[in-house]
Design a protein around this ligand. Structure first.
Ligand SMILES: [Zn+2]
Length: 89
């Protein structure tokens, strides 16, 4: 588990979330800006919940997302492994 970090594709600095707004229960739109003043790149981004990896213990009957297939489950496991390894580095 870690906090979410976005990296500027231009200068590799961290991006700061200036504002964000919920568009839907599964979708949030955010406006990001690079933290390096000399770069200053800013961008619109979307964060979307797309697939359920494991069910909620407190399910809301209005929430329906597709489950993951074997390929997506494998990708999630691989990503968790990479994140854990980079956190140790
Ligand atoms: Zn930058």
């Amino acid at each position: 588990m870690s906090t979410y970090k976005m990296v500027c594709p231009h200068c590799s600095s961290r991006m700061r979330i200036r504002t964000s707004e919920g568009r839907h229960i599964f979708l949030r739109v955010a406006y990001l800006q690079c933290t390096t003043e000399a770069c200053g790149w800013s961008v619109r981004a979307e964060f979307e919940m797309t697939h359920e990896l494991s069910p909620s213990g407190m399910p809301n009957p209005d929430v329906h997302l597709p489950g993951v297939n074997q390929e997506l489950r494998q990708a999630a496991l691989t990503t968790e492994k990479i994140t854990a390894e980079s956190a140790r580095a």
